[in-house]
Ligand binder design. Sequence first.
Ligand code: SAH
Length: 265
Amino acid sequence: MSGKAYLIGAGPGRPDLITVRGLNLLRQADVVLYDWLVAPQLVDQARPNAVRIFVGKAHDRHTLEQDTITDLLVEYVRAGHHVARLKGGDPSVFGHVGEEAQALASAGLAFEIVPGVSSALAAPAYAGIPVTSRGYSTAFAVVTGHEAPGKADSTTDWNALAHIPTLIVLMGLHRVDLVCTTLIAAGRAASTPAAVISRATTREQRVVRATLADLPAALREANLPTPAILVIGEVVGLGATLEWFVPSLVEEGFEAFERLEQRTI
Ligand code: SAH
């Protein structure tokens, strides 16, 4: 039997936000390699005898190095297994999917990329923030806070980003001060609405809103846990009235997920 790797987006946190295709492929897998942001309820969807390996990478807490993960993936596929490589959100958004797909392609092995719901879009949605909106924003950008302003070899043009209507910063919770001051220095109004959304789409979701100038202080007060994303732009101002998400109701999502378990679509 020839093996194949499925590089699957697991969605932003809430387990039933995985795609139907992603779930079906996960349920057929012999081997599951999963990251730290993947909901445990999803890993539970694998067959009882499937091999499950946590290869998670948290900020400054690397369980396995990327090369080791890539090697594991290649070896399991080469051995003829159906491997589900589960990644948080969408695998192509800061998910190292390029490196893993490249390694599989170079080894002549089959793979498929199964897109997922990225936290970059799901977190704003769950905070009632439309990333584009007529009259407010006709464009958005998604950027990593790891390439924070001032980093010696940064290739991120923060001056250009200051002029994007909606800016979504991933992996930036520890650098919010620097991001806000750099954007203001680059000409973004200090009064621009901004929000940080922590543990979006889960029962633990929390949202902190402030102006760009006041956000760092508001965050020190709130002490939000990771993962979190930062959204900056006039659309954030709409969020306060469009807030629809009641975290305690995520229970419903779990029930819906249990029902989904009964059958394969
Ligand atoms: N591929 C993922 C992103 C990986 S980078 C995706 O498409 O979502 C990891 C970063 O994603 C975290 O540092 C955080 O900024 C963001 N993130 C992931 N899940 C999140 C969640 N549930 N709530 C808020 N931010 C999240």
